[in-house]
Write a protein that binds this ligand. Sequence first.
Ligand SMILES: Cc1cc2nc3c(=O)[nH]c(=O)nc-3n(C[C@H](O)[C@H](O)[C@H](O)COP(=O)(O)O)c2cc1C
Length: 351
Amino acid sequence: MVDLRVDLAGLTLVNPLVLASGPLSWNGDAIVRAHCAGAAAIVTKTIRRAAARSPRPHIAATPHGVLNTERWSDLEARQWIDHEIPRAKDGGATVIASLGLAVDDVVALAEELERAGADALEVVSYDEAVLPSMVSAAVERVRIPVLAKLGVNGCDLAGTARRCAESGASGITAIDSVGPTLRVDLARRRPVLGADSAWWSGPAILPIALHAVHVLRGAVAVPIVGTGGVADADAAIEMLFAGASAVGLCSAPLVEGLGVFSRMRERMAQRLDELGIASAHDAIGAMERETAAGFAMALDDAACTHCGACVRVCPYAARRGPGVVEAACRGCGLCVSICPAGALAWERGER
Ligand SMILES: Cc1cc2nc3c(=O)[nH]c(=O)nc-3n(C[C@H](O)[C@H](O)[C@H](O)COP(=O)(O)O)c2cc1C
């Protein structure tokens, strides 16, 4: 039995999957639904003193990911403190209160959110320069862990993370949605969401998020909540391998429903078992840096179905059926990655 429990800055999570801040954690009842569906912790929609009004529409699912122009919570902070967080706690959820977007909001709300029952705070801002001051303001006021949420939109990721950790952050969440971006509605000849810039999330941003987590792992000693583009168990395990202690999801449950949490939890246990890893904890940071000097391409004759995919994609016309013309092959590896039968592989050793 694979043990899926992980530790996040002193919070024991029953599995690594966290509902990231967004529409599915818009109030206390919604948080309880996510908890019952299997999310080990839930980050609230970002809370400020005043309620936001988002444009209509502000979310669009596209074949390649989710576009949004949603602002912070459309509920007043007082509503969160008096009703929504106590409701979420009564329902048994582990609640991380997302608190933005400026130092004044932190000064006004941090203690009250802790008193309302939040298990941790996650401070977030559109302006990365103010994040370390938000962290200090929170740490001075509360005893619960304070996470800092970072994006990759033009910021110095490692530097900002280091400054947040030095200011007392117990963990880093990364990344936020990516942008600005644009999709065009051809029939209406307008931007899909009406605005000419929107934020992008879902599977397309997974490689960006994985790289961010890898960079952060090298930059700070505090745990990381790897968030961005995770839609299946393999992607969640990649996040752990890259260095995340927990994995945030927003777009996948938004588009596919809350059932993704239980499906991914079961599948993660199976996949870790297949990979010979006894626990989610052992998977954290398990990615090895490639050090081999060279690789040789190996063909498993029995597995090859002669489908021709490797021949079709070879940019150098070096593939002749499953065989390769050594003089023409530049070792790019595209054929290995595209082989549907898994008959091609790279093995360590000079070629
Ligand atoms: C519709 C929508 C609303 C979001 N609102 C917030 C928010 O209020 N606060 C926040 O920190 N992140 C917010 N996010 C960003 C997500 O928490 C997450 O960092 C990002 O979407 C990447 O993860 P994903 O690819 O799993 O969606 C929002 C994302 C979406 C799609």
